[in-house]
Design a protein. Structure first.
Length: 282
């Protein structure tokens, strides 16, 4: 829900004024003659305001992280916070609800980023929960419209794989889309490869284009797709330690029901090199 539809404290506090009396707001504009005409301060444009708040947040985080901090503010609907450390700088991407967060929350942000502190993480969750009115509501269909889905491939047709798995394992109940991801530009050999991902925002499964090779067996691609389909069912939750649990035990259990589970795992162990060296055409 947009915050504007909530009862705004500003809207609620009308300035009491008897009918006929001059508005206290207008009074200001009509300064007595003879005084220096001064332009009334205009409200800064939203973008400028955002920039100012962003800098303030950077400063607040910098003192706590004792280092260089760059903040980017977004309006995402699911992922409220991501971060990385690059060339000695902390880079955070945050939802705008954090712009004016209280000190306790900023402290938790720093601890979470620096030490993956589970208590800090739980505090952040509570803050996000309290402020969810500021999270824009976007339907997965709206998000998907902006994406170009490209599931056909040259060797492995992801739509077909998805449909067959959906029928065989999920009674056709997985309501998600699937596509090959863009071919990421990498220099030199890869150190790791993210073979699949699932976005809860758009309900889109992305498969790495390196898997679209004749040397990659069908059952292996199926396994990766199956795994991502499970992410549609098992939402990320918190384990007992307070840490985020992306693959909870019931997920792992369910994954073992895939008909070629062991074979696919064995293939990965033996052929990871092939995937790491793959250079899919863009
Ligand atoms: Zn996973």
């Amino acid at each position: 829900m947009a915050p504007a539809t909530k009862k705004s404290p500003l809207k609620g506090s009308k300035i009491g004024r008897k009918p006929g009396s001059k508005s206290p707001l207008r009074k200001r504009a009509y300064a007595p003659a003879g005084r220096t005409a001064r332009q009334l301060p205009t409200a800064p444009e939203p973008n400028r305001l955002l920039k100012v708040w962003r800098r303030v947040l950077e400063r607040r985080l910098r003192t706590r992280l004792r280092g260089s901090v760059a903040v980017e503010v977004h309006d995402n609907t699911h992922t409220m916070l991501t971060f990385q450390r690059r060339r000695g700088q902390w880079r955070l991407r945050l939802h705008h609800m954090f712009l004016a967060a209280p000190d306790e929350v900023i402290g938790a942000l720093a601890e979470y980023v620096r030490d993956a502190d589970p208590e800090a993480s739980a505090l952040l969750d509570r803050y996000i929960e309290r402020n969810k009115a500021y999270i824009r509501r976007v339907t997965p269909a709206q998000l998907r419209k902006r994406l170009r889905l490209d599931p056909a491939g040259r060797h492995h047709d992801l739509s077909r794989i998805f449909e067959r798995l959906n029928e065989r394992y999920f009674e056709n109940r997985i309501n998600a889309a699937i596509t090959y991801g863009p071919a990421p530009k990498v220099k030199g050999p890869r150190k790791s490869i993210k073979m699949g991902s699932y976005s809860a925002d758009s309900r889109v499964i992305r498969i790495h284009p390196a898997l679209d090779q004749p040397l990659v067996p069908r059952y292996f691609v199926e396994w990766i797709v199956f795994h991502e389909m499970l992410h549609h069912i098992y939402k990320i939750r918190r384990g007992e330690s307070g840490r985020r649990c992306v693959h909870p035990p019931e997920f792992m259990e369910h994954e073992r029901r895939f008909h070629d589970y062991r074979r696919a795992q064995a293939w990965e162990d033996e052929n990871l090199d092939l995937l790491l060296r793959a250079r899919p055409a863009a």
